[in-house]
Write a new protein. Structure first.
Ligand code: PLP
Length: 406
């Protein structure tokens, strides 16, 4: 007779198979069991036709991978524990000592820090290029260049680059390109088919599309995860091998949280977009504001590229930045941020809560490239899902506090 504690582990009860519900189950495991030694030896995890170990995938993570690949218009997906881990996984898989990676000057900041830190220490060099000038990218591609990062729009300063043109240059020069598609979320445009809106043909987009699922796919502000999507099977296997060797698996509960949010991503994205445009337009009419940076707003840098790629009635994320008039010093803009009640101070975006972050742009950009034309202080807004009229009221009272601040 077994002791009760053994029965807790080896209990014979099995729930009936075939539980049918629309929402997928949550599978969590490190160990995966095999029926016999032959089955253990024969198991293949690379092609999603079996399970070997939790790190290599579970029914829950395989399901999420397939759905993210569908969202991005790709064929295969690798899930990693954060958006930044997706960027790191791509670099580690494709770059070795002696190689060079090119990054847009307005790249997501931690991606540049990775190039300046670990990659540099491993003998991998990097150059920054001006994403608004395709000729600058073209001139910097050399024999050592093995990877070009693309991002649209640029981080914080929101310049929308001629993305199709940049990807076309990479393709022509035989260099792999990887797009950080967190802003577009697979909804504003298709990262693999950048040709739709202008003169380049479909299929001329990026080779690799990554996304911080932390943002809109999660939508809750409660999960950190990243995805790496490809159409090319060989490239996918290369990325997946690095993923396996680095141990970049994701947790079942986190994967389930994203699966739960995904069906509503399009309606959420549209709601964030509409509210952000209302507030961006309202702020553009305020005398305290020198410039609103929002790709879908006329007069924003790269607006014409956004329109060409996403369409006249295209989508945009709920994200924009505001440059205050230069007569307001940092302490008055800080007073504005502190006076906000509904907008909270915090990094990241994509959740229901509206957020702001003040940034010091000149310290974040290389002066020799795109010269930052503004003297005023920049604040980045991430618009959540609150009623946009309430958010507008919050901005109005905080602008009064800005004017009244000493
Ligand atoms: C947030 C973000 C990332 C990183 O995602 P984490 O999950 O926070 O690591 C990468 N790229 C962009 C554009 C982002 O906004």
């Amino acid at each position: 007779m077994s002791k009760p504690v053994t029965d807790l582990i080896h209990h014979p009860y099995q729930p009936p198979a075939g539980f049918a519900a629309p929402q997928p189950g949550v599978f969590k495991a490190s160990t995966v069991l095999f029926a016999n030694v032959a089955a253990m030896r024969a198991r293949d995890w690379k092609h999603k036709n079996g399970y070997t170990y939790g790190l290599h995938g579970t029914p829950t993570t395989f399901t999420l991978e397939e759905r993210i690949a569908a969202l991005e218009g790709g064929a295969e997906c690798v899930l990693v524990p954060s958006g930044l881990a997706a960027i790191a996984n791509v670099g580690m898989a494709l770059l070795k000592s002696g190689d060079e990676v090119l990054l847009p000057d307005n790249v997501y900041g931690p991606s540049r820090a990775l190039a300046e830190g670990e990659f540099k220490a491993w003998g991998i060099t990097h150059q920054l290029y001006d994403p608004m000038k395709p000729a600058d990218l073209e001139a910097r591609i050399g024999p050592k260049t093995k990877l070009v990062w693309l991002e649209a729009p640029g981080s914080v300063t929101m310049e929308f680059p001629p993305l199709a043109h940049l990807a076309h240059i990479c393709r022509q020069r035989g260099v792999l390109s990887a797009l950080d598609n967190t802003w577009g979320a697979g909804l504003a445009f298709n990262g693999f088919d950048l040709g739709r809106g202008d003169r380049f043909t479909p299929g001329s987009g990026a080779d690799i599309v990554v996304q911080a699922l932390t943002k809109y796919p999660s939508g809750g502000g409660d999960v950190l995860m990243g995805s790496i999507v490809t159409r090319d099977e060989k490239l996918h296997q290369q990325l997946k091998l690095t993923h396996m060797r680095m141990g970049f698996g994701v947790g079942g509960n986190d994967a389930e949280a994203v699966l739960r949010s995904l069906p509503s991503i399009a309606v959420r994205y549209r709601a964030h977009d509409a509210a952000a445009r209302q507030l961006a337009r309202w702020l553009a009419g305020r005398e305290e504001v020198a410039q609103v940076l929002h790709p879908a707003l006329e007069g924003s840098p790269g607006h014409e590229h956004w329109r060409a790629l996403c369409g006249e009635d295209g989508l945009a994320a709920g994200l924009f930045s505001v440059v205050f008039h230069e007569r307001y010093p940092v302490r008055q803009v800080d007073a504005f941020c502190d006076a906000l009640k509904l907008f909270k101070l915090g990094y990241s975006w994509g959740g229901p809560l509206s957020l702001v972050v003040p940034y010091d742009i000149p310290s974040m950009r290389s002066a020799q490239l795109a010269t930052w034309p503004h003297k005023g202080v920049l604040v980045r807004f991430s618009v959540g899902l609150e009623d946009p009229d309430d958010l507008q009221g919050d901005l109005a009272q905080a602008l009064a506090a800005l004017r009244a601040a000493p």
